[in-house]
Design a protein around this ligand. Structure first.
Ligand SMILES: [Zn+2]
Ligand SMILES: [Zn+2]
Length: 188
């Protein structure tokens, strides 16, 4: 790893989905053009077998860290984001079997009048169960909210995946670099 890595945390979050038989790790963007540009400028040039995906856990949060050597060494970008541990994250951790696809997606919130009656709300109940509030017994949802993911076709294959605790990162150059640049540097 070169010591100077350009770390990007300017994305919304990460989705974990089964798709094409493998688990997919999917950073989410609002802006399709921006996501497409970042992919073709940087990720496109990554070397698959060198992609390193790290999850550094700390209490109920984790650092998502991904980086790779590139065929254009002077022009690279790596990604990180501090995220709450979620059900989907836990499912990925248990189910990835050492491999995953990496792709981008755009995330957009949908208005009630843009979706069908069987569209599912964040509260897991369908649109037709809502009348402003969700009408399902015991549900506290106050407003129907749903979103759409548009997953890009382009992908990279990741085979180097590690789950770490913060005390382990000194032995792992990618996560060490990420913490050094984005956490320790400002607090020293
Ligand atoms: Zn709801
Ligand atoms: Zn509900």
């Amino acid at each position: 790893m070169p010591s100077k890595i350009n770390w990007n945390e300017d994305f919304l979050g990460v989705a974990y989905r089964y798709f094409d038989l493998r688990m997919n790790v999917i950073p989410l963007f609002y802006d399709r053009k921006k996501a497409t540009d970042i992919w073709s400028e940087y990720v496109h040039w990554w070397t698959d077998h060198d992609i390193k995906l790290r999850f550094v856990e700390s209490d109920d949060k984790y650092w998502f860290v991904i980086a790779s050597e590139t065929k254009r060494p002077d022009h690279n970008m790596a990604f990180f984001k501090i995220l709450p541990k979620s059900e989907n994250y836990t499912r990925f951790k248990k189910g990835h079997l050492g491999e995953a696809y990496f792709r981008f997606a755009t995330y957009s919130e949908k208005q009630e009048n843009e979706v069908k009656d069987n569209a599912v709300c964040q509260c897991t109940h369908e649109k037709e169960d809502h009348d402003d509030n969700c009408q399902i017994d015991g549900c506290k949802c106050e407003k129907f909210q749903t979103f759409e993911l548009r997953i890009f076709k382009k992908k990279k294959t990741i085979t180097d995946i590690k789950f770490l605790e913060e005390q382990d990162i000194k032995n792992d150059s990618v996560s060490w670099n990420c913490f050094y640049v984005n956490k320790f540097k400002n607090s020293i």
